[in-house]
Design a protein around this ligand. Structure first.
Ligand code: C5P
Length: 210
């Protein structure tokens, strides 16, 4: 790529998206939420009446901007289904070039699970953002409280934590590009940090390396 690549990986609801978006703004780089790719593939499989564990690479191969811009990608059902399509090597393979091309011209900040380990193993900066399952569930729960129209607003805190843990376990134990900390990643534990503090840490670390 002709610009810096910043990989932001970590488990579900750790605050990767919030951080990656702000980092991109601060650094003047394009931003890609790679989870949306898998969510869009899952949505198409569900719409086709297909079990998301069944072959879904045809959807990945023909993914469009419109598929990614749909407003119904952030539901718990789609998240679960995304984790299932994401376990398929052929689906992941079909999305590799899309992600690399995104960063080719100007560099980019990308958030996901395997950016620093598989998509950009030579990324200029690798951040791994994490927090305990209890903290992550609580943060998501609080977000939902403020938004009664949110798709999972009715979910109970304990249910949310159980669902997050199950999805992380599936993402970490799959054979194809599992969620894991890259050897050269900076791990930021965010349990006791505000979003502003995480941004400040990440920005300082990144600027030292660019
Ligand atoms: O980050 P988000 O919750 O939107 O991701 C949805 C699912 O997509 C994850 O649970 C994971 O299985 C998959 N994913 C992935 N690799 C990425 C981004 C997301 O496998 N880079």
């Amino acid at each position: 790529p002709h610009g810096p690549v910043i990989a932001v990986d970590g488990p579900a609801a750790a605050g990767k998206g919030t951080l990656a978006k702000k980092l991109a703004q601060e650094l003047g780089l394009p931003y890609l939420d790679t989870g949306l790719l898998y969510r869009a593939v899952a949505r198409l499989a569900l719409d086709a009446g297909q079990d998301p564990s069944g072959p879904a690479e045809n959807f990945a191969e023909h993914l469009t901007q419109q598929d990614m811009a749909r407003k119904d990608l952030r539901t718990p059902d789609v998240a679960q289904a995304a984790s299932k399509v994401a376990a398929q090597p052929a689906v992941r393979q079909a999305l590799v070039e899309t992600q690399r091309r995104f960063a080719a011209e100007r560099g980019a900040v990308l958030d996901g699970r395997d950016i620093g380990t598989a998509i950009f193993p030579n990324a200029d900066v690798k951040l791994f953002i994490t927090a305990s399952p209890a903290t992550r569930a609580l943060r998501r729960y609080m977000q939902m409280q403020g938004n009664p129209a949110a798709p999972d607003a009715g979910e109970k805190l304990a249910e949310m934590e159980a669902t997050l843990k199950a999805r992380d376990a599936a993402d970490s134990s799959r054979a194809a590009a599992p969620l894991q900390v890259a050897a050269d990643a900076k791990v930021i534990e965010t349990d006791h940090l505000s979003a502003e503090a995480v941004l400040a840490l990440a920005l300082a670390y990144t600027r030292e390396r660019l």
